[in-house]
Design a protein around this ligand. Structure first.
Ligand code: GSF
Length: 212
């Protein structure tokens, strides 16, 4: 086995990092990456990590330092790069309508993560008397609308391939379970719930269950 050639800025609770880890598992590339844990855990908008900021001026994880010193971010770019570094079937369709559909589903899942992570920041990092309830409700509505679309329109597509779209949705749902169990997302989404129960058993998902 060759020495790892890439370094991934990592935190086991991050849904964006989890997407990268799941893709590494699914494509047999785990041994190519060393994990670098943030000095500050978790990384947050108000606890900057100097080492991370040097590599990603946005101060966000994941960031992937390549063997030549170049650094890739954000998670979408990293996934695209890593998907072009293995010899198996691509997890991001290279062309055609499938590419745009699967990337759009992945963006929908990323939007669930974005709303979920920013709700988390508001609730965990800001004083309760400063919480902006209207904004929190609007973020929750984004999550609800996205879940409704996945339930109504995307189950067959998610079931057909465990690719960029499915990985992204699975990691978004895992993060809802971790940080927002109060949303009870399963109640109104029985098909998504059944799909998630199935894909959660994949070795790549079991190996990357979020930890706080
Ligand atoms: C989002 C990464 C992100 O917000 C991506 O990689 O897809 N669009 C980016 N990461 C969080 C950590 S997490 O909760 O996963 C982060 O690094 N936050 C620090 C900050 O300053 O917002």
């Amino acid at each position: 086995m060759s020495a790892p050639s890439m370094t991934l800025f990592h935190n086991p609770a991050s849904p964006y990092v989890r997407k990268v880890m799941v893709l590494l598992h699914e494509t047999g590339q785990l041994d190519r990456v060393t994990l670098q844990h943030s000095q500050l855990s978790p990384v947050s908008p108000v606890s900057p990590d100097a080492a991370l900021n040097q590599d990603n001026p946005l101060g966000k994880i994941p960031a992937l330092r390549l063997a030549d010193g170049n650094v890739l971010y954000d998670s979408r770019v990293i996934l695209d790069y890593l998907d072009q570094q293995h010899v198996g079937n691509p997890l991001i369709p290279r062309e055609g309508s499938a590419r745009w559909r699967r990337l759009t589903l992945a963006a929908l899942a990323d939007g669930i993560m974005d709303a979920s992570v920013t709700i988390r920041y508001e609730l965990a990092l800001r004083a309760p008397d400063k919480h902006w309830d209207q904004w929190l409700d609007a973020q929750r509505d984004k999550i609800r609308r996205a879940l409704a679309v996945l339930e109504a329109d995307a189950i067959a597509e998610l079931t057909s391939h465990f690719d960029i779209a499915a990985i992204s949705v699975a990691c978004a749902l895992g993060y809802l379970d971790l940080r927002h169990p109060d949303l009870n997302w399963r109640d109104a989404h029985p098909q998504l719930s059944a799909w998630y129960a199935h894909v959660s058993q994949r070795p790549s998902m079991l190996a990357t269950v979020p930890k706080v």
